[in-house]
Design a binder for this molecule. Structure first.
Ligand code: APR
Length: 238
C-alpha cells in the first residue's frame, strides 16, 4: 500500500478530488463519535434516539439528546482537518465534500461545496406543514413547535431506517463517479449507502486515501492508508 508521499503527489495532480468525511473528522474539535472506544453507541441505543419510531414514542427524549449535542457543538470550533479541506477546495474548485456529519463544522470552517448526506443538527422540519428551517437555538426548547403552524418540530437529520434525500444522494454518487482521488477521513465505513461511495469512486478509476487511526471495512480497497488523526494528517497530506 502506498505511503503519504505518493498520496500527496496523487492529490497534487488531481483535477477532481472528493472527500468523504465522518464523525472522526470532528473528534478533535470535541464532538463525540458514534463508534469506537468512546463512541456514543457504546452506551446509548440508536433505536431509542435515532429512528423515526423512537421519535414517535418519545419525542422529548430524542430532543433532549439532540439538545445536549447542540449545546456541545455550539461551543466548539472547526479543527485543522476541516481547514485543510477548505484549502483543498480553494486549490481545486471542482472539489466536492461529502459528509455524514450533521454538526455544520465544514461550512463553519469555510467549505462551500458540502453535501450533508445525513442532514443538519441546526435545521428542523415540521411534522405539521413539512417546512424545514434553520434553528440555531442551544439549548433548544423541548419540544420545539413550528412558528408557522404550531406543529411538532423534529431534527432535520437522517435516522436509521430512513432513505437519504434523493437529490443529495445523486450529487454524492455523481461526485464519486467523477472523482480521480477520494479521501475517506474519520468514517467507520459501516453505514450504507454512504459506505459504498469509495468503491464507486474506485470503479470509476479514483485513487483512494483513507485517514483514520483504526482500520475499517473500507481499508482493503484503499490505495493509501494513513493511520492517524485527521487533524494531524490532512494538513500534511495537502
Ligand atoms: N481522525 C480521524 N479518524 C478518527 C479520529 C480522528 N481524530 N477519531 C476517530 N476516528 C475514526 C474512528 O476510528 C472511526 O472509524 O472515525 C470513525 C468514526 O466512526 P463513526 O463514529 O461510526 O462515524 P461515522 O462513520 O461518521 O458514522 C456514520 O453513523 O450513527 C450514524 O448517523 C451517524 O453519521 C453517522 C453514521
Amino acid at each position: 500500500m502506498d505511503g503519504i508521499e505518493i498520496a500527496r503527489q496523487r492529490l497534487r495532480s488531481s483535477r477532481s478530488p472528493v472527500a468523504l468525511t465522518g464523525a472522526g473528522v470532528s473528534a478533535e474539535s470535541g464532538v463525540p463519535t458514534f463508534r469506537g472506544v468512546e463512541g456514543l453507541w457504546k452506551t446509548l441505543k440508536p433505536e431509542d434516539l435515532a429512528t423515526p419510531e423512537a421519535f414517535d414514542r418519545d419525542p422529548a427524549l430524542v430532543w433532549e439528546w439532540y439538545g445536549w449535542r447542540r449545546s456541545i457543538i455550539a461551543s466548539i470550533r472547526p479543527n485543522a482537518a476541516h481547514y485543510a479541506l477548505v484549502e483543498l477546495e480553494k486549490r481545486n474548485p471542482a472539489f466536492a465534500l461529502i459528509t455524514q456529519n450533521v454538526d455544520g463544522l465544514h461550512s463553519l470552517a469555510g467549505s462551500r461545496n458540502v453535501i450533508e448526506l445525513h442532514g443538519s443538527i441546526w435545521r428542523t422540519k415540521c411534522l405539521g406543514c413539512g417546512g424545514s428551517s434553520e434553528d440555531r437555538n442551544a439549548p433548544i426548547r423541548i419540544i420545539p413547535r413550528c412558528a408557522l403552524c404550531g406543529g411538532v418540530l423534529m431534527p432535520d437529520v437522517v435516522w436509521f431506517g430512513e432513505a437519504l434525500p434523493e437529490g443529495l444522494l445523486d450529487r454524492a454518487f455523481e461526485a464519486s463517479e467523477g472523482a480521480d482521488v477520494m479521501i475517506a477521513a474519520g468514517t467507520s465505513g459501516v453505514v450504507q449507502p454512504t459506505a459504498s461511495l469509495p468503491s464507486i469512486a474506485k470503479k470509476a478509476g479514483a485513487y483512494l486515501i483513507e485517514v483514520n487511526p483504526e482500520p475499517t471495512p473500507l481499508s482493503g480497497i484503499m490505495d493509501a492508508r494513513l493511520a492517524g488523526k485527521a487533524g494531524e494528517l490532512l494538513p500534511g497530506l495537502l
